[in-house]
Design a protein around this ligand. Structure first.
Ligand SMILES: *Cc1c(COP(=O)(O)O)cnc(C)c1O
Length: 361
């Protein structure tokens, strides 16, 4: 069944573990003797409630979520959170700080300006977002309702290697593209959120981990569906949740557990990324725009000496079974997204391909 699959380096939606897809396939018409597909069942049914509860419990266990946080399964994408975060949080002081280290943080920052006064804590746009600013370069306002950053910059291929120290100001973090790829001390955060379609599940599910005391202070005109309080009070089931995606998340989390959880995944993903970076650094042809120390373990961006050669690389790679390696238009060049589900073997083969291409050109 899986024999003709390609190594898919898509930035998102992206690869899911083959075992998960096969299991979902086997269960697609009749989920565990229920006589129906998970896609067809009431979200209020006992069968689905168990899927929901088990999935949430797995997430809490694997991500080590403390008791005073709530895990929400939402819709609207990570982009929906760009509005939901300020709507719910900025009312406390009317101000918030944003560190802009890439496209998605920039979009989030722009959106937040509709709701309050936004301070630019950092902006790596001066060097086309090739680096993550260190702590001593952050401009922090102690009166901010929250500090916002994006943990992994999917397009530029940079990743924060530290959690900023913001004193008493709650930290809000977009972890869409490195969710559950490494252990996180959740207690250092106010809110962590992410679209599931990169590391965790099919598109359509957004996960938010919300410190309980931060909910319930939304601006008065906050849409009902954008209030964390609404969703906390109804355990993410104010309305129909993305049932199928939640089920798929459960399968992915089971798979993740079999790989040693986030602790196991951290080692695997780091060695995958190191392999690619070392081959690229050793090559004559390729360079990585992201600065050492800021490089992402999830999205490896690189380019050759010319656009023509980049195009040739992408074309030949596709023919060899490595797809979706073209870089984002903001950056050009190439990007290999190597999320949790990308097998080590896929990265090893890509590394060999890069070496061979380097030699031949
Ligand atoms: C993909 C991505 C988004 C956008 O996610 P949607 O679910 O499509 O809204 C936001 N932030 C980051 C870091 C991403 O990688």
């Amino acid at each position: 069944m899986g024999s003709q699959r390609v190594y898919n380096f898509s930035a998102g939606p992206s690869m899911l573990p083959l075992e998960v897809l096969e299991r979902a396939g086997a269960e697609i018409t009749n989920y565990q003797g229920s006589g129906m597909s998970v896609m067809e069942m009431s979200h209020r049914s006992k069968v689905f409630q168990k899927i929901f509860d088990d999935t949430k419990a797995s997430f809490i266990r694997l991500f080590h979520v403390p008791d005073n946080y709530r895990v929400l399964f939402l819709q609207g994408g990570a982009s929906g959170q760009f509005s939901m975060v300020p709507l719910n949080l900025i009312g406390r002081t009317g101000k918030a700080d944003y560190a802009v280290t890439g496209n998605f943080a920039s979009v989030a920052c722009k959106e937040a300006k509709k709701y309050g006064q936004i301070g630019l804590a950092a902006d790596s746009g001066d060097k086309n977002h090739t680096y993550i600013p260190p702590q001593d370069q952050l401009t922090l306002d102690p009166q901010a309702s929250y500090f916002y950053y994006c943990a992994n910059n999917t397009i530029y291929g940079t990743e924060w290697q530290y959690v900023p120290d913001t004193g008493d100001v709650p930290i809000v973090c977009d972890m869409s593209s490195n969710f559950l790829s490494r252990p996180v001390d959740v207690s250092k955060y106010g809110i962590i959120f992410g679209g599931a379609q990169k590391n965790l599940a099919p598109a359509g599910l957004t996960i938010a981990v919300v410190r309980e005391d931060l909910a319930g202070h939304e601006l008065p005109y906050t849409p009902l569906m954008m209030s964390y309080k609404t969703m906390i009070d109804k355990d993410s089931m104010y309305n129909t949740p993305p049932c199928w995606c939640i089920y798929m998340l459960g399968l992915v989390l089971e798979w993740l557990e079999s790989k040693g959880g986030v602790e196991g995944m951290e080692k695997i993903k780091h060695s995958k990324a190191q392999l690619l970076y070392s081959v690229l650094d050793d090559s004559k042809l390729f360079t990585c725009p992201a600065q050492p120390g800021s490089r992402s373990d999830m999205n490896v961006t690189f380019r050759s000496v010319s656009e023509e050669l980049d195009a040739k690389f992408v074309k030949e790679a596709t023919a060899a079974g490595f797809t979706n390696l073209k870089g984002h238009r903001n950056v050009g060049g190439m990007r290999a997204s190597i999320y949790n589900a990308m097998p080590v073997e896929g990265v090893e083969k890509l590394a060999d391909f890069i070496k061979a291409f380097d030699k031949a050109n």
